[in-house]
Design a protein around this ligand. Structure first.
Ligand code: DBH
Ligand code: FE2
Length: 300
């Protein structure tokens, strides 16, 4: 089975390339690594880049995962093809745009564009943030799903991810010891729902909260604490209504815990998303809440 080594990047098509770069550097705190007429590369850790904004909203969203070798990448591609998925092999130009040696591209059942890459560029230069938000690494993405059960099966059976916990039908999926690197949220469309960066400590979350409010940035959720991963969090909106999340203290399983962990089912309630009582201004999280309220009223 496919063994995703790590999440590597997101590519976000946008009609607001300049605005996205401005937000990512001045507000979010990423470092601009490279900018050309078609794309901008940014990062929040020592890897070559974690986020690439691409000119044109029509380009859509892509999530890239690193495979440990080109051989494992080829094997994964073959398995996907044998299971009936259409796999496109990256051209030299596509590999160059992603700073990788090898890549394949396919879609999950919802239509999210996923890329597997091998030998992505390392960087000999350390991450130097444009704003000290306390970012330590790019960590996970929330993905939209139009059929949570079907996508969960694809991610677990085909891509080897494991469910750490559910909130309602939303699966939080791990590919290594970190509680989740992908989460699937029911939505009307495909695409990236949110992009998560780990920050060093809760002080960074609170410092950013006050500062983002002062800057007039629309807060989406938090400050709060996730019941599932235990992480303290803050979500906010960027250009194109893309949601960015800072969090710290995400649960990391030891090898033993990882082996024996049984996913927990959290109900679709506000307290499953935030144990502190913060209420989400995020449709996909609120919708779950509203649905739960609707179900509850039908029960009586
Ligand atoms: O960290 C989590 O557990 C979490 C839970 C719900 C939604 C998220 O985005 C999360 O990151
Ligand atoms: Fe998240």
């Amino acid at each position: 089975m496919t063994d995703l080594h790590d999440i590597r990047y997101v590519r976000i098509g946008t009609d607001r390339l300049d605005e996205s770069v401005e937000f990512a550097t001045r507000i979010l705190g990423l470092e601009l690594v490279e900018r050309n007429s078609q794309a901008a590369y940014l990062r929040g850790d020592d890897r070559d880049h974690n986020v690439c904004y691409v000119k044109g909203a029509g380009t859509g969203h892509v999530v890239g995962f690193e495979m440990a070798s080109s051989g494992l990448l080829d094997l994964a591609a073959t398995e996907l093809e044998q299971a009936g998925y259409r796999v496109r092999h990256g051209s030299a130009a596509q590999c160059e745009q992603r700073r990788v040696m090898d890549m394949v591209q396919f879609e999950d059942p919802t239509g999210n564009c996923i890329e597997l890459v091998a030998r992505p560029a390392a960087s000999g230069v350390r991450y130097f943030p444009s704003r000290d938000a306390g970012i330590t690494s790019f960590s996970h993405v929330g993905l939209r799903t139009t059929d949570a059960a079907t996508d969960e099966t694809f991610w677990t059976q085909q891509l080897g991810a494991k469910v750490s916990d559910w909130i309602g039908d939303a699966a939080l999926l791990r590919i290594d010891g970190v509680h989740h690197k992908v989460a699937l949220f029911t939505s009307q469309v495909a695409g990236v729902h949110h992009v998560n960066f780990q920050v060093r400590e809760v002080d960074d979350i609170m410092r950013s909260w006050y500062w983002l409010c002062e800057q007039g940035v629309r807060i989406a959720f938090g400050p709060g604490r996730h019941a599932t991963s235990g992480a303290r969090f803050l979500y906010f909106y960027g250009p194109d209504d893309m949601i960015y999340e800072y969090s710290c203290g995400v649960r990391i399983f030891t090898e033993e815990e990882e082996r024996v962990h049984v996913p927990r089912q959290f109900p679709r309630e506000a307290t499953s998303y935030c144990t502190w009582g913060s209420k989400p201004d995020i449709a996909e999280f609120r919708a779950a809440e509203a649905a739960a309220a609707g179900d509850a009223s039908n029960v009586g």
